[in-house]
Design a protein around this ligand. Sequence first.
Ligand code: GLN
Length: 380
Amino acid sequence: LKSKLPHVGTTIFTVMTNRAREMGAINLAQGFPDFDSPELLKELLAQKTSAGHNQYAPMIGESSLREQIARKMQANYGRTVNPEAEITITLGATEAIFSAISALVHPGDDVILFDPSYDSYGPAVILAGGRPVHIPLQAPHFRIDWQRVREAVTPKLRMVMINTPHNPTGMILSGDDLNQLAEVLRPTDAFVLSDEVYEHMVYDGARHASVFGHEELYARGVVCFSFGKTMHATGWRVGYAIAPPDITREIRRVHQFNTFSIATPLQLAIAEFLKQQPSHSNELSGFYQRKRDLFLRQLQGSPFRWIPSEGTYFQLLDFSGISSVQDAEFADIVLRSAGVASIPVSPFYQSPPHLDVIRFCFAKKDETLIEAAAKLRQLE
Ligand code: GLN
């Protein structure tokens, strides 16, 4: 069989979660909470299904949900979005990203990705016939080198993908980074695809700099978000894409034949939840910062070193004080000898450098974090 993605194996998240399960390890690998979604959300879902909302939702998404999103965007970023023309509900942010790339990237187009890049980006570009142009971010701070970006701009450039807060590194882009990007793209007609699923998880008083909030970038932007993250409901697979009307029109051309529409009762339950608890998402930064700080406090005195995560619910730990092996091998050692599953960072590079950091998810109950840290402290 002639594969369309010959270099792609099973996603590292599935690999590590399966291994964690086999070994009975604590799973700090795949990013999902080990605590449940809010009671109210679950009750609303039960109500919506028993009230008979069990048939196809509108292709672009339930209007009540799109209206709640528009209200939230206005409150958080101070800009108006038209829910009819600019918001599309998708099957998680993964579908938003995939549909946007399929709709906008033509065969032979260049798409700039920053490595480590989330593992779905490159394959989506390749399936659209595009060419991923990988620009590495340098450890330990993983900042974008804008000079390198300037040098990578060619007439074939069709899209730049960014991700802030950044998975897997926990780095966030500043307003100045967005200004730099706007400047680089000014002479081009390239799109910006911005994965902002961790928008509500930024720490130490930082503010999330969104492409949606940046007028010039948004004019060429697609911004992808996720209710899996904000509702502690990764299994619901509900996300959305926000883009100007002409771009949204193209995304919907693909979305309608990709997933058509997203589970009706899930959309209605989320819409009602947002209406009843409009401040829920604003509490997430504090909630997750406490978890990050608890995890790091528990690791005091261990041989790991770290730069506290600026955003996302992931923390990189530097293991160079313990071992000089490559990250994937070290993740394996941690799994086998400490019983804690993590995610190596090298799978997110086209050409991985030597890496001495691995990623841990802290979207876990306090007791899970305490237990995992105790096991990690024993590594030497
Ligand atoms: N986004 C999740 C993570 O980074 C993984 C989601 C998935 O497994 N597809 O851990």
